[in-house]
Write a protein that binds this ligand. Structure first.
Ligand code: 17E
Ligand code: FE2
Length: 421
């Protein structure tokens, strides 16, 4: 039996500092003096720093990462639609090993900034399904370090791409965890509706989750979210269903949004917003004033719905400067969504931790709670507010009671009396 005591931790929702006793990779006891009288192999003094469950990135495209510097992939308009076009023109001929190497590097960057749970879309509009094979192998390779969920995502459409729906189904049979779709990219509204219905049909048939790129456009007429929520409600799998992006909601008239919110509340679906990508990709057809194009994060949250943030891109034809550090994503999201009350900032980390975990449907094994796997990170801050205010780094990441990494404190060399000490 191995026992480690992580002493003097700050935990959200708890007054004072607590001690965390980990036994054989599981949280055994949490509280003031939790390890008292117990023989431990090691004691680590956390010095009052904040412990949170690991960051979750519930929406990234690992098959696209680090492709932005290919001149043929350059996105001159900065729009979503040009991103899809450039990807379509350049994606052919990628090899499994090359895709894996890029995806592995991206995962490494994310893990080193505190992530332990990732959900990736994989483009299955490719008759060879090369990227899917790469990602299935990677999921197995990394499983002790990071959970990886895979979405069968038809980037060029289930119907706009010939046989796209069949490729999605094939990918599910091969082991993808979720069904994806992109209704706003289908040729017609009818095809878009059909693709959402198809996604739910496949999810029920193969017992998979659903995560749809939904209304990633400033077109206020793009209303596939209502179809998604209605299907989720009817099939009874809403807690396993996610609407990603939902940018058009930014532009809906308020009378329609009011009506829509009733259905969203009934359905209990999850939402993912990608603030850095969508502040960059949306508003591209506007003259001034330019819309932000982010979904209604604040209003959805206040209405009790589960909204989380995600990275989406790391240097791809859509967005060149994603680093995989969710603290930057959170920073952008809190600004763009205008969530700057002290209370909102104190709770901000939820958008990249527990709300992401709810979306990933892993809450039964996620969280700093007795009996759960001892997965957590330590932030260089004493509170959630301080963490986001100073955009702090992650001091260490622990998985099943073992360190994935520790980061040495920053060393500053100076003779300047103001900067010393
Ligand atoms: N593909 C897509 O449809 N939308 C995005 N934001 C990215 C890829 C990054
Ligand atoms: Fe995406």
């Amino acid at each position: 039996m191995t026992r480690t005591l992580f002493a003097n931790a700050a935990l959200k929702g708890r007054d004072g500092l607590v001690d965390i006793l980990v036994e054989d990779g599981t949280f055994k006891a949490i509280g003031r003096g939790a390890g008292a009288g117990v023989a431990v192999d090691r004691t680590v003094d956390l010095g009052g720093r904040l412990v949170t469950p690991p960051y979750c990135d519930p929406h990234i495209h690992l098959d696209y990462v680090f492709t932005a510097l290919n001149p043929a992939a350059a996105n001159k308009t900065g729009s979503l639609f040009e991103g899809i076009q450039r990807w379509s023109e350049t994606k052919g001929g990628l090899s499994k090993e090359e895709i894996k190497a890029r995806a592995r590097q991206a995962m490494k960057q994310e893990i080193l900034t505190g992530v332990q749970h990732i959900r990736t879309h994989v483009d299955v509009t490719d008759p060879r399904l090369t990227a899917l094979q790469a990602m299935l192998e990677l999921r197995e390779e990394v499983k002790d370090t990071c959970d990886l969920q895979i979405i069968a995502f038809p980037q060029e459409g289930m119907y706009a791409y010939k046989g796209g729906d069949e490729l999605v189904e094939e990918a599910l049979k091969m082991g993808a965890d979720l069904v994806g779709a992109i209704p706003h990219f289908e040729f017609t509204r009818e095809d878009g509706v059909k693709s959402v219905r198809k996604a739910f049909e496949l999810a029920v048939k193969y017992d998979k989750m659903v995560d749809i790129h939904c209304d990633e456009t400033d077109d206020d007429q793009s209303r596939f979210l209502e179809v998604l929520a209605a299907e989720a409600y009817r099939t009874g799998i809403a807690e396993r269903a996610t609407a990603s992006h939902t940018c058009a909601m930014h532009s809906y008239n308020n009378a329609y949004a009011y009506k829509l919110f009733r259905l969203l509340g009934l359905s209990r679906i999850n939402f993912i917003s990608c603030p850095t990508e969508n502040i960059h990709l949306q508003g591209r057809f506007d003259a001034y004033p330019k819309r932000r194009g982010l979904t209604r994060v604040k209003e959805l949250t206040e209405a009790g719905m589960n909204v989380c943030f995600a990275q989406d891109s790391m240097s791809d034809p859509w967005y060149p400067v994603g680093s995989g550090n969710l603290m930057y994503v959170l920073d952008a999201g809190m600004h763009i969504a205008q969530m700057m009350s002290i209370e909102e900032l104190e709770n901000a980390l939820d958008f990249i931790t527990v709300k992401g975990a709810r979306t990933l449907n892993i809450l039964d094994r996620y969280g700093v709670e007795e009996g759960k796997p001892a997965n957590f990170i330590v932030l260089n801050a004493k509170s959630g507010f301080e963490a986001i205010c100073n955009r702090v780094s992650v001091a260490c990441s622990v998985r099943n009671g073992e360190y994935l990494f520790e980061r040495a404190p920053e060393v500053i060399t100076t003779d300047n009396p103001l900067l010393k000490g």
